[in-house]
Design a binder for this molecule. Sequence first.
Ligand code: HEC
Length: 120
Amino acid sequence: MHRSVAATGFSGLCLASALVAGLAVAENETGATSGQQLFEFHGCVNCHGAGGKEPVSKVVPELAGKPGDELYDKATKILSGEGGSEEAKLMHAAFYSPASCDAPPTDADIQMITAWLATQ
Ligand code: HEC
């Protein structure tokens, strides 16, 4: 059996996300959800790094401080499957493969995350 490099490389995502998910849910109950919490909850941090500033690989772009509109447009395109590059497929697959254990971020989540990233 051959496993793809992408599937093997990111097999740790589920555990990390599940741990953070516990925190984020607790915060949700108090109504204190922020872009940062959603960024961690959805596992964006696993590839883009803390604050979107420390990407884990050269194929992953830094997000911090870019214009919010631009980040929102790009993230929405990639997550809806429109991103054409191999890298974009990797990010998309992290949320939509059968191995993924999180619900994909909603439109409102992406808006909050990208607005927060723009201020980093
Ligand atoms: C599996 C790793 C991975 C995860 C998880 C991930 N990304 Fe990405 N992301 C990438 C890669 C790789 C690219 C580069 C795509 C390209 O160049 O086409 C990218 C590109 C982007 C871009 C476009 C940046 C630019 O300037 O071109 C945005 C915005 C983005 N990601 C936001 C997010 C958000 C928000 C999340 C969480 C909901 C997330 N990403 C989760 C790997 C990931």
